[in-house]
Design a protein around this ligand. Structure first.
Ligand code: DOR
Length: 426
């Protein structure tokens, strides 16, 4: 039994407390104290439901030089995550039930964050032939996606949605038109021209979102069960507007935004540093503002990391050759707690919802609130500020675009069903 005394509670329902939280048998037993072997002082700290990440590249199998389950899932619990969706753009891609089972088995043995592997929508993520959605679901796949690649063939995406809908599986898309994106390494516009760098235009994302929403309309019309399209790492104001309209029209679509698209802009590319090279690219302040508005008004459902580790050597190549991606599992919540909640007054309860019930809903998981009887998959957060130090990351990617940023809201204890999977040294 664990007793956390005098701790404030925050979940999608709001902020409450301070209370004394008694945890045992994997559940919250009481919010009014009780007897326990272990007693913690929760004064000044927040207790929240464990975070859920819809989008992490954990690189297993085949790219363990960048990350592996043991390091990625440790990074996850250090970031306050109890549940992680791993992306299938591995080597080989996760496109068979056997591969999904192998990942789940290995993750279970690690006993860190719970893994919900995503599986490829198409065989080898080549965009040509669909994978076996039914068997993948049976093996434990949480959603289907060719993320890391774009779905150029609208017919395949439609067939994928039709195949996945009776199974209740979401289909997640990396919405960029490859023919417009071409070799762009940063947001297309006056700054890219000034820097002489190839641009990836916002229209590449907007056009693809528009197309995918039409594909969804088609699937909705043809499918006996509602399909579910999920738009990954939405980054543009216009894309957000299309999504808002689609949701108003009742389309079954959800979407996520990433910590980097919410806290950085294309201005960072003035450094020519590949740390800031990501797909879709960092955009303009106007886009960032629109995304934050979208988080507030419910147009966006979740904040997902798109944790994308690469080796130091890869990220030290020149900007044109370095791979796309930013690792963020260990800083995502503190970043948004500080930059959105503390600095811009973004409501804490809504922020926590975007890390908890928002992504849970996308995955079809029940909401999790801090109530007696609730599953004790929880995170304890410390508002005390300290600078980001990527050298201390558990992730193999020990670099960060946020190095030195002074943040609060650090996870100090992560529990999965009452079991401590991470505890910071006091
Ligand atoms: O920045 C990115 N990194 N975007 C992607 O689509 C893929 C990802 C990766 O796998 O590194």
């Amino acid at each position: 039994m664990l007793l956390i005394k005098n701790v404030k509670l925050v979940d999608a329902l709001g902020e409450r407390g301070p209370v004394d939280v008694l945890i045992g048998e994997g559940r919250i037993l009481s919010l009014h104290g009780g007897k326990a072997e272990t007693v913690m002082d929760g004064r000044g700290l927040y207790l929240a439901p464990g975070f859920v990440d819809l989008h992490a590249h954990l690189r297993e199998p085949g790219q363990e030089v960048k990350e592996e389950l043991s390091t990625g899932l440790l990074a996850a619990v250090r970031g306050g995550y109890t549940d992680i969706v791993s992306m299938p753009n591995t080597s080989p891609p996760v496109d068979t039930p056997e591969a999904v089972r192998a990942l789940r088995k290995k993750a279970q043995a690690l006993g860190l964050a719970r893994l919900h592997p995503a599986a490829a929508l198409t065989q080898a993520q080549e965009g040509k032939a669909l994978t076996e959605a039914g068997l993948l679901k049976e093996a434990g796949a949480s959603l289907l996606t060719d993320d890391g690649h774009t779905n150029e063939d609208a017919g395949i995406l439609a067939a994928g949605l039709l195949q996945a809908s009776p199974l209740g599986l979401p289909v997640a898309v990396h919405a960029e038109d490859a023919s417009l994106r071409r070799g762009g390494v940063m947001n297309d516009g006056p700054l890219a021209d000034l820097l002489g760098l190839p641009g990836n235009p916002p229209e590449a994302e907007v056009a693809r979102i528009a197309r995918d929403l039409e594909v969804l309309r088609y699937a909705l019309r043809r499918s006996p069960k509602r399909p579910h399209l999920h738009i990954q790492h939405l980054s543009t104001k216009r894309g957000l507007e299309l999504l808002r309209e689609a949701k108003r029209a009742g389309l079954p679509v959800t979407a996520e935004a990433t910590p980097h698209h919410l806290t950085l802009t294309e201005e960072a590319l003035r450094s020519f540093d590949p740390l800031f090279k990501v797909a879709p690219p960092l955009r303009t302040p106007e886009d960032v503002e629109a995304l934050i508005e979208g988080l507030l008004d419910g147009t966006l459902d979740a904040i997902a990391t798109d944790h994308a580790p690469h080796t130091q050597a890869e990220k030290e190549m020149d900007l044109l050759r370095a791979p796309f991606g930013i690792p963020s599992l260990e800083v995502a919540f503190p970043l948004l707690y500080t930059e959105l909640h503390l600095k811009q007054g973004f409501p804490l309860s809504r922020l926590v919802e975007l890390f908890t019930d928002g992504p849970r809903k996308v995955l079809g998981l029940k909401p999790l609130h801090l109530e007696e009887g609730a599953e004790a998959s929880l995170v304890l957060l410390d508002p005390k500020e300290r600078p980001v130090n990527p050298k201390a990351f558990a992730s193999k990617a020990r670099f960060s675009p946020w190095t030195g940023w002074v943040l609060g809201g650090w996870p100090v204890l992560t529990l999965v069903e009452g079991r401590a999977v991470y505890q910071a040294l006091a």
